[in-house]
Design a protein around this ligand. Structure first.
Ligand SMILES: C[S@@+](CC[C@H](N)C(=O)[O-])C[C@H]1O[C@@H](n2cnc3c(N)ncnc32)[C@H](O)[C@@H]1O
Length: 224
C-alpha cells in the first residue's frame, strides 16, 4: 500500500481521534494559545498520549522538558508523573511562559510544574549541578532542532540508568523532512545528528516512532 500525503494526513487524524482523546481544557488549549499570539507548533494529541504513557512506564518523578510553548506537551508529561514528582520545563519567551504558567495552574498542575525562563543550552548545565548526574527520569527535547546535538550531552549526564530521552521532530518539521539533502536545512541536520548520535551511543537503546513528525525514544542502559 503506497503512502500518499492525503493518506498520511488521514492517518494522523485517525491517531488523534482514536488515541488522543482529551478533556475540554486540553483540547482547547492550543486554540486559545494561537488566539493569544503563540505559534501553532505543539505536539499532537496522539504524541501527547505517547508522552504520558512513556512517563508512566518509567514511573517518572523528575522530568525535564526543553521548549514549553503553551504548556500542552508539558501538561501531558506532568499528568503522567508519579505522586510527588515534578516537571521542570525550559522556555525563553515570556509570552509563552506566562501563558503556560496560567494553563498549568488552571489544570491543577501548578504545584508539580516549575518553569525555568531561559535558553536550553544555558539552563541545562545548571540543572546538572543543581539536580546531580543520573538524577532525572525523562528528558523531553522540543526546542531548537539545530541545537538538539548540543542538548544531548547534558541530557545524558542528567538521565538515570533506565531513564528516557525523548525528542520530537526526529523525522520532520514544518519545512523539512529527514530524507532532504544534508546541508540545506539546519533543523533537519540537527535532528539527523541527534538521531545518529543516540543510535550509535552504547549507553542507549534507541528507536524512532514514526508518529506525526517522528518521536525519538532512547533508554539509558544500566552502568556507565
Ligand atoms: C515546538 S515549541 C514547543 C512545543 C511544546 N513542547 C508542545 O508540544 O506543547 C518550541 C518552544 O521552544 C522555545 N524555544 C525557542 N528557543 C529556545 C531555546 N534556545 N531553548 C529552549 N526553548 C526555546 C520556543 O519559544 C517555543 O515555545
Amino acid at each position: 500500500m503506497d503512502m500518499t500525503p492525503e493518506r498520511w494526513q488521514a492517518t494522523c487524524s485517525y491517531l488523534d481521534d482514536v488515541f488522543g482523546v482529551e478533556d475540554e481544557r486540553m483540547s482547547s488549549l492550543m486554540r486559545r494559545a494561537v488566539e493569544a499570539g503563540l505559534p501553532d507548533i505543539a505536539v499532537s494529541a496522539s504524541v501527547g498520549r505517547l508522552l504520558l504513557l512513556l512517563v508512566k512506564i518509567t514511573g517518572a518523578r523528575t522530568i525535564i522538558e526543553v521548549g514549553t510553548l503553551a504548556g500542552y506537551s508539558g501538561a501531558w508529561l506532568a499528568r503522567g508523573l508519579a505522586p510527588g514528582g515534578r516537571l521542570i520545563t525550559i522556555e525563553p519567551v515570556d509570552l509563552h511562559a506566562d501563558f503556560a504558567q496560567r494553563e498549568f495552574d488552571a489544570l491543577g498542575l501548578g504545584e508539580c510544574v516549575e518553569l525555568r525562563r531561559g535558553l536550553g543550552l544555558d539552563v541545562l548545565p545548571g540543572l546538572v549541578s543543581e539536580l546531580g548526574e543520573s538524577s532525572v527520569d525523562v528528558v523531553f527535547l522540543d526546542a531548537i532542532k539545530s541545537e538538539y546535538p548540543g542538548y544531548f550531552p547534558h541530557a545524558k549526564r542528567l538521565l538515570r540508568p533506565g531513564g528516557l530521552l525523548i525528542a520530537d521532530n526526529a523525522l520532520g518539521g514544518g519545512d523539512w523532512w529527514i530524507d532532504d539533502p544534508e546541508g540545506v536545512n539546519e533543523s533537519r541536520d540537527g535532528a539527523d545528528r541527534l538521531n545518529r548520535m543516540v543510535a550509535a551511543d552504547e549507553q542507549f537503546d534507541a528507536a524512532c516512532v514514526p508518529i506525526r513528525e517522528g518521536v525519538l525514544v532512547a533508554r539509558r542502559r544500566a552502568g556507565r
